[in-house]
Design a protein around this ligand. Sequence first.
Ligand code: ADP
Ligand code: MG
Length: 390
Amino acid sequence: MKSKIKKVINPPEFLGILGGGQLGQFFTIAAQKMGYSVVVFDPDKQSPAGKIAEKHICKPYNDLKALDELKASCSAVTTEFENVPAETLKYLEKDIIVRPNSKAISIAQNRIKEKDFLKNSEMPIGTYVVIDSIESINNINEKLSIFPGILKIAEFGYDGKGQIHVDNKTELEAAFKTFKSVPCTLELKLNLDSEFSIVLARSVDGEFIEYPPIHNIHNSGILEFSSVPNVSYDFNDKFYVNLTKRIASELSYIGVMAVEWFIADGNFFVNEIAPRPHNSGHFSIDACVYDQFDQQVLALTGNKLKEPEVEFPRSVMLNILGDLWFRDGAQKEPKFEVIAGLGVNLHLYGKTEPRIGRKMGHITILGLRDETQKDVMKRALSIRKILWEN
Ligand code: ADP
Ligand code: MG
């Protein structure tokens, strides 16, 4: 087995990634650009990252023999999503470098553990209760203002999936049953002013780099636009960046982390931790010299991180969901050629099957010389309109 104490991993060694979606694909591109080879572990034969990596192990996450093959193939492993079973990460961690560590991922992948951790770390969070039985519903203190609330399954939720809005205990009980009584959190539905994320990376030496705060606009629980700079709020100090750094330090985190924040009635709340690069950080691919995936590779390999060097200070990212393929009821390809233009960067992930709500690609619209952020957003909105009308 490979030594765990080896300091820096150099190209052309193999790096491993658990999960082969678009985040894994961007990781693979970043790693290959630095001279590394990549082994993707993903049960899906069609996975976007698997198609471009040097090696693809196409087996379930709990297949120990396949995990042994992964260990033998690479020097270090990271992950593109938090839903990799914690046991898988622990199994790998016994013999090879796993960054971020399995404990950090096991906290971020379970909303109950995540809320407990955030509460113990004295982070600002909204009112919530754990719902894991009918008794826990009956036991909700009548004095606790928790309705209207959102019931969220503790594990495996993403893009607003695994969430039901509830107005009272009767609806809560029905929702809990809909989720087959799996452990959940019930969160007070906040009156959101806006949402933002902080994307940062922490190195082996505990050094940080961070990207500017990103303004996120969701549609039906799925991120639609990310806008940088965040003009919805005047971030004149680094208070929330520093709180986010504290979260990473307390988790002994090595890698890229994103924290989603809510601003509600003028107060700030941590929503959730993503133990990986984040959809909202995609602007960095086109707007920065070093994007979030470069930092993921640098952190994983034990290298020093690089300052992002934001070359285009204004940008808007627009997600392209599978919905666009069904704009007239019947399935048809979008006409992406109609949006070609200056500063318009189209990224398609190569997913063969469009589905409603599935992330198929994104567009980064870079701000041109005289444009304000409002102008860039206007351009993003008109690009969306044109795509839907063609
Ligand atoms: P996911 O893992 O699917 O991203 P989130 O908990 O981040 O789940 O929820 C998705 C979106 O739903 C959030 O970005 C926000 O727009 C909305 N949302 C989630 N929780 C709340 C809440 N407590 N109050 C108001 N809106 C919420
Ligand atoms: Mg979220």
